[in-house]
Structure formats: structure tokens, C-alpha cells
Design a protein around this ligand. Structure first.
Ligand SMILES: [Ca+2]
Ligand SMILES: [Ca+2]
Length: 487
């Protein structure tokens, strides 16, 4: 095999002290030893299906390592697969510079499924004992079973061994089952990162519920928190007001998605595994999602509606899973409860997801981890807060940014072709501070950040009859790829 040599190493000194997980978090992975940045865990049968996703992320400066549950099972010592996965993840986050964990598969009850969840035991406020699939267990330093009885996360007995995310690592579950699901989701991710609508979509949020309007203080607090982080944006409210003859029903819900006007949605109100519930028991289910037409305008959704995110149910999919999996429509990411969801006092908790994601400009996964880091103190003191920290999940790619500005597609220029040998490759763009990656056909890989005027120089040695692939991307841009032949 011919090898090309990169004559320089990208030095990435930028950092943002005081922010747990800065905007340029991808750099942390780059300065760390390989394999780094993103760990994707999936079933052995889906490893090949994930490769296009992995190739795409690499072009965006986020190298991904895939491990199958079989490989993890063989390489780690522990009493069950979930504990082996937890140890594998901690090894990656503690020693290998990994900043994002993708659970690349669905889970079912009792430790089954493509990437099984760890079930933890909870007592609800009504006194019922329930099992909750708990993906934050996978980020934990400890095993959630201090009394070693094989029942995990018991409020009293296991207290010493339960901990919560610290906000440094982002986690998300992409609840796919089949190869087609992986392909459909990968295509949605590529659209989100390279063909995102260059309209007000990015900076428009809708807060919708079939219930009567929010209490004034709730609405004021949501307004206040969101307007701080969605600069120049629009916040719209959709409610039912029978006295004013207004309803927010299934037709209005469909219109909200199909209008492609709001890139950010918060949905409140009744829900179940099968769908969002409206007045007179009307519902939005998998069938309605399959008829949406919001191609390439995929919103990020937060919802407090009960059980909408119940990915571990025997029946599949839950409504949030439908929104993620449906090809060419639906959502790119959904933060939803897998069980009853927040109590009325906890209702506004998800505003913090937006505050972190838009205000600190961190990824979706880091935004949810920061929210949970902020919940830790309450969760230690109260079983209901502990339950909420366990049941709120990000379904979708945790490495995605939330797109707080209207993106633009940069113009990228380089030579039409290159002669083989040592040279300085100059790439010019109108995208200052963008992420620029370089790859060839033989594994050469470098990532750097463009300067004030959008330019980068890669001193390198190129091989005859190969292709150099340059990708320019960033939170404020739609990714652009340039291919330069070497002749
Ligand atoms: Ca226990
Ligand atoms: Ca499922």
C-alpha cells in the first residue's frame, strides 16, 4: 500500500476556560491519543451499515471508533454485557479522549436488543416499583449496585454507587434495529449538517400543547430563558383556547412540522408509547409521522409528554423512535421521557437543554449531560428527581450541534488538481474559523481550523493517482466537500 505522509500536525490551541464543554469541543478529541472523539457501540450485524455515518463524521473532524457488543463482550471482564459496556465506555472517556458516546441500536426489556440498556429500579411517587432503562449508567464511574444483589440503581441500597454525568461527555442513543434504519438516519444527519435550511428555521422555536395556555409565570420563564440564547430568533406558542375557538390538534401538529418554519420544538401535554395525545383521544402516531413532508427540515424536539420516548417497549417503535427513524421526514433528535416524565414542578426542566445547547453552543449530547449534571444535587436528595435524571434520554446523534444561527454554505476553492510530491496545499474559503478536514485514499487525515479570512494551508506529501478530500464545516455552516485529484 502506498502511504502519504502529513508533514505537519495541526496544533489546536483554542480553549474556552470555564466552560465545561466548549463549542470547539471536537478539538479535545483531536489532541487526545487515537482512537478518540466518538465511540459508537452497535450490534455486530449493524457494524457495516454504520460505516457511511462514520465516514461522514470523520469528514466533519469527529473520528469515530465503532465497537460491536460482541467485541466489547470479548475484551472486557464483567458479570454481564451492560457492565462490560460501561467499563469500555469509561476506558474510552478516561484514557482515550472520547467525548461522545453513541449507543447505535435499540434496546428491549430485560437486557435484550441491539444495544441493551441497563434497567434500574425505581419507586414512583404513587409507590409503584418500575424498571427504567438508564443510559446515564453507561457514563458512570461506578456500577450502580453497591449491595451487589444484581438489582441496579436502588434508591437506598445502591446510593453509594450511583453517580450522574459531569457534562464532559455527551451521550445519545440512536434506536435503530435494521440496516435500513441506519441508512435513513445517516442520510438525515448528512442533510442536517450539509443542507440545513438557510432560513429562519434555525432560529425559530415553537412551544406547543393541546392543553390550555401555560400559566403566565411559566410562559414568562420559558420566554426569558429561551430569548437569552436564541438571539434574533422567534418563539411561537401553540395552545388550545376553547373560549377563543382555537385548538391545537393533530392537523395543527402536522402543519407545524410540514411548514418547515420551526427548527426547534417543545411539545407538552398527554402522551403514550404510541403517540402524542390530543383532545377527544385523537393522536399523532407512527402513521401520521410516515405522511409528514418536512424533507431536509429536521427539527430538534424536546418533549415532556409521558412515555413518548419509551424506546425499550416490547412493541416498537415508540413515537419518538418513529420521528428519528422515518426516512426523509420527522426529527433529527428528540429528548423525551421513557416513562411518566416530569411532574408539574419539574415541567420546565428541558429549557436547560436549550440553554446549554444554544447558549454554550455545545452538542445535543453535551447539552443533556450538562442538564443532568445540574440535576445531580436534587437527584441525590429525592427519588423523583433521580427517576427523572434516569428516564430523560436523547434519542439521536449526540455530536450534532443545535444550530443556533442561520447557517450558510461557504464557497471553497483549491487547486483543480495536484502534482504528486511535497507541496503546500492552500484552501481558500469565505468561512472564517471553520473546521477543515483533509483526507486521502490511504488513511492520511488532518483537521485544522481556518483563519480569520477562511484560509488554511496543509503542507503535505501527496501520492500519484489519488484523491484529496477537503471538507469545510462548522456550527454556522453547511458542510462543503472539495475533491482534488493528484495526477
Ligand atoms: Ca442493588
Ligand atoms: Ca424500541
Amino acid at each position: 500500500m502506498k502511504l502519504a505522509v502529513l508533514c505537519t500536525s495541526a496544533i489546536l490551541g483554542m480553549s474556552a476556560p470555564g466552560i465545561a464543554h466548549p463549542e470547539h469541543e471536537f478539538m479535545t478529541g483531536l489532541s487526545a491519543p487515537s482512537p478518540a472523539t466518538v465511540l459508537l457501540i452497535t450490534g455486530p450485524e449493524l457494524v457495516d451499515s454504520w460505516k457511511p455515518f462514520v465516514a461522514w463524521k470523520k469528514r466533519l473532524g469527529k473520528p469515530v471508533r465503532i465497537l460491536s457488543t460482541t467485541q466489547i463482550s470479548e475484551r472486557y471482564e464483567a458479570k454481564d454485557l451492560q457492565e462490560k459496556i460501561r467499563r469500555c465506555i469509561r476506558n474510552h472517556t478516561d484514557h482515550l479522549g472520547t467525548r461522545w458516546i453513541i449507543l447505535g441500536g435499540d434496546s428491549e426489556e430485560n437486557g435484550r436488543g441491539v444495544v441493551p440498556a441497563r434497567d434500574t429500579l425505581h419507586r414512583t411517587q404513587t409507590g409503584e416499583l418500575i424498571n427504567v432503562p438508564t443510559d446515564i449508567y453507561y457514563l458512570s464511574k461506578k456500577d450502580w449496585d453497591s449491595d451487589n444483589d444484581g438489582i441496579y440503581g436502588e434508591w437506598k441500597e445502591d446510593k453509594e454507587s450511583i453517580d450522574y454525568p459531569d457534562g464532559n461527555v455527551g451521550l445519545g442513543r440512536i434506536p435503530v434495529r435494521r440496516s435500513e434504519d441506519v441508512k435513513a438516519y445517516t442520510e438525515k444527519v448528512i442533510a442536517y449538517e450539509s443542507r440545513y435550511p438557510e432560513s429562519e428555521f434555525a432560529i425559530s422555536m415553537a412551544y406547543a400543547s393541546p392543553n390550555p395556555p401555560l400559566r403566565a409565570e411559566l410562559r414568562d420563564s420559558w420566554n426569558q430563558q429561551i430569548s437569552r440564547v436564541l438571539e434574533g430568533g422567534t418563539l411561537r406558542y401553540f395552545f388550545s383556547s376553547p373560549d377563543k375557538g382555537k385548538t391545537f390538534g393533530p392537523a395543527e401538529w402536522v402543519n407545524l412540522l410540514d411548514s418547515c418554519a420551526n427548527g426547534k420544538l417543545h411539545l407538552k401535554g398527554p402522551g403514550s408509547h404510541d403517540g402524542w395525545i390530543f383532545q377527544n383521544e385523537a393522536m399523532i402516531t407512527n402513521a401520521e409521522v410516515s405522511r409528514l413532508t418536512n424533507r431536509e427540515a429536521y427539527p430538534v424536539i424536546t418533549t415532556t409528554s409521558p412515555e413518548t420516548g419509551q424506546f425499550d417497549h416490547g412493541e416498537d417503535p415508540s413515537i419518538a423512535e418513529s420521528m428519528i427513524r422515518m426516512p426523509e421526514r420527522g426529527a433529527i433528535a428528540v429528548v423525551a421521557p421513557s416513562r411518566q416524565g416530569p411532574s408539574p414542578e419539574q415541567e420546565e426542566i428541558l429549557s436547560q437543554f436549550w440553554e446549554h445547547g444554544l447558549g454554550q453552543k455545545v452538542s445535543a449530547g453535551a447539552a443533556l449531560s450538562l442538564l443532568k449534571a445540574g440535576m445531580a444535587q436534587k437527584a441525590i436528595a429525592s427519588p423523583s428527581d433521580h427517576l427523572l435524571a434516569c428516564e430523560l434520554n436523547l434519542l439521536g446523534d449526540p455530536t450534532l450541534g443545535l444550530r443556533g444561527t442561520i447557517p450558510r454554505t461557504p464557497t471553497v476553492k483549491g487547486p483543480q488538481e495536484l502534482p504528486p510530491g511535497n507541496l503546500s496545499l492552500i484552501i481558500e474559503s469565505n468561512a472564517p474559523h471553520s473546521i477543515v478536514s483533509l483526507q486521502d485514499d490511504f488513511g492520511l487525515y488532518a483537521v485544522t481550523v481556518s483563519d480569520e479570512s477562511g484560509n488554511v494551508v496543509f503542507p503535505l506529501n501527496v501520492v500519484e493517482d489519488s484523491t484529496i478530500t477537503i471538507t469545510v464545516s462548522g456550527p454556522e455552516y453547511n458542510a462543503v466537500t472539495l475533491r482534488i485529484p493528484v495526477r
